[in-house]
Ligand binder design. Structure first.
Ligand code: HEC
Length: 157
């Protein structure tokens, strides 16, 4: 019976542990900030490979360029409605770098997101052609990232 008892004890300890985790876990606001920042990191990861090829820093590869551009198109197409709950601006949370202006200009924010959508679609058409065509299509994508950051992302120190 000693073994059975210690299993029970273990189960109780494990349950208490998981309850503690649930209580200490990220708030819904922190989860939204994590999700949108992670999404941005995925943009940057894919754009980085394309930028490297456009600048000649890494060899042009039509297949890699096409898949990275396809990832950008797919990422831009993900519904982002739940990324921006009220109370998650840079003034509300230390870990957020989204300026309060974003919540006052949602329509403009969406227009800036649509610009990325369109630039990424054009990039996908160009990516598999050759290095020069890829490079020419990169400008509009970079500008669409930059335009939104300029308005709605805290300047990076
Ligand atoms: C429509 C607006 C918008 C567009 C388009 C946009 N971003 Fe962002 N980005 C933001 C905002 C707002 C933040 C700050 C988010 C926060 O800290 O909560 C951000 C943050 C980031 C970050 C920092 C993430 C972190 O870990 O803190 C990176 C990297 C980034 N963006 C890359 C990109 C790239 C690359 C593109 C283009 C392919 C892009 N973004 C397009 C609005 C945008």
């Amino acid at each position: 019976m000693r073994i059975a008892l210690s299993f029970t004890t273990l189960a109780v300890v494990a349950l208490a542990g998981s309850l503690a985790i649930a209580q200490d876990g990220p708030t819904p606001e922190q989860q939204a900030v994590n999700a949108r920042q992670s999404h941005m990191q995925l943009y940057a990861f894919n754009l980085g490979a394309l930028g490297g090829m456009a600048q000649g820093a890494i060899p042009y590869d039509a297949e890699i360029a096409t898949s990275a551009a396809q990832n950008l198109v797919n990422l831009a197409g993900i519904n982002q409605n739940r990324y921006w709950p009220e109370g998650t601006s840079s003034e509300d949370m230390e870990e957020s770098h989204a300026l309060p202006a974003l919540w006052e200009n949602m329509a403009d924010y969406e227009a800036k997101h649509d610009a990325l959508d369109q630039a990424a679609a054009a990039l996908l058409q160009a990516a598999g052609t050759d290095q020069a065509t890829l490079a020419a299509a990169m400008g509009a994508v970079g500008q669409s990232c930059g335009a939104c950051h300029e308005s709605y992302r805290e300047p990076q120190g």
